[in-house]
Unconditional design. Structure first.
Length: 59
């Protein structure tokens, strides 16, 4: 596990809406991050792209 002081308090994860993106969000939650607001979703003409803000409380 990374040292808490090395982790940013706020991050925005972005990428295609696929299993890899879901794993990235899940890994961040395991590190203590919490979801911040609802995800944003768009279509780039080829695939669905999602963005999710996350925050690390008590950081």
């Amino acid at each position: 596990m990374a040292d808490d002081h090395e982790l940013p308090r706020y991050r925005v994860l972005t990428g295609p809406d696929d299993a890899a993106f879901c794993r990235r969000v899940s890994e961040a939650l395991e590190l203590g991050y919490e979801l911040h607001g609802s995800p944003a979703v768009t279509f780039n003409g080829e695939r669905v792209i999602v963005a999710q803000a996350i925050v690390r409380p008590n950081g």
